[in-house]
Write a protein that binds this ligand. Structure first.
Ligand code: LER
Ligand code: MN
Length: 273
């Protein structure tokens, strides 16, 4: 099973990313630990030079498994579901840019924080305009076959798509094989009645999973039962990878090492590369 860590070349307000601002060290150390690739969190598609990124990935034998996009919302209030048309258009423009970056690698683009929030004026109108922005992104993705991952995020961050079931229902309603669900164990620990039932009900549409412990530290630094969760998700037919999206505490390398030891251990896999 492929394992990726969420990293960023930026210094950002978004906390659960390893090696913020140091992508070269990230790739070198993660590769040595046996990670297969990265989830690259960007604020805009221009944050990195595509050629240089692929050169680095090549050098360290790492894959670009996905691009994470929440910095747009956190840093710039840019979102897909906002009622502000200009900001919504900018969100779509950025997602198209990310699709262009992953198009050659078979990677995914995450629709997590960038979905934004319901702003409390007209929920129905807002939901419809947001959905047409998602549909725009999906029709652009069709050119390359890039998969978009809709992430369920807990109520303290957003009032949109809090549970895995809400994402699953939406993905089924959108009727696109390029839209899949991204559960995140940290958010599920807050929102779900049963993590296992929620995953079971989404098993056909889960495209990847974010792993963080209940305290958003590395798996193994809290009390979520990753052995049960991972033995369940590893059987899902559309699961492309397992992502580690954690706070870099006490520091990035220790978190990355603890996370991969826990995950490989739970999968009964050796660290091989
Ligand atoms: C992003 O993957 C995430 O989990 C959220 O907390 C972003 O707001
Ligand atoms: Mn996440």
């Amino acid at each position: 099973m492929k394992i990726a860590a969420s990293v960023t070349p930026n210094k950002t307000k978004f906390g659960p990313l390893l090696y913020p601002g140091d992508i070269v060290r990230a790739l070198k150390e993660l590769s040595e630990m046996g990670y297969d690739g990265i989830e690259l969190s960007l604020r805009t598609p221009d944050d990195i030079k595509k050629k240089e990124l692929f050169k680095l990935l090549d050098k360290y034998d790492m894959e670009l498994l996905s691009i994470a996009t929440g910095q747009s919302f956190i840093e710039d209030s840019i979102s897909l579901f906002t009622l502000d048309e200009e900001k919504r258009k900018e969100a779509v423009r950025r997602i198209r840019g990310y699709i262009d970056i992953v198009s050659e690698t078979g990677g995914c683009v995450i629709l997590g924080g960038i979905k934004g929030k319901l702003e409390g004026t007209d929920d129905k109108k807002q939901f419809e305009s947001g959905s047409s922005a998602v549909a725009d992104c999906l029709s652009y993705a069709e050119k390359s076959g890039a998969v978009l991952l809709l992430e369920a995020i807990n109520r303290y961050e957003t009032n949109l798509f809090n549970t895995v079931a809400s994402c699953t229902d939406y993905v089924k309603a959108m009727k696109s094989s390029l839209l899949k669900v991204l559960p995140d164990t940290y958010h599920m620990n807050i929102e779900e009645r049963s993590i296992y039932d929620a995953l079971d009900d989404a098993s056909d549409v889960v495209g990847a999973i974010h792993c963080a412990d209940n305290n958003r530290l590395a798996p193994g630094m809290g009390h979520i039962d990753f052995r049960s969760i991972l033995s369940q998700v590893k059987t899902f037919k559309n699961l492309k990878y397992i992502g580690v999206e954690v706070l870099p505490l006490p520091e990035s390398k220790e978190c990355a090492q603890t996370a991969i030891n826990t995950i490989r251990g739970c999968l009964n896999e050796e660290v091989v590369k």
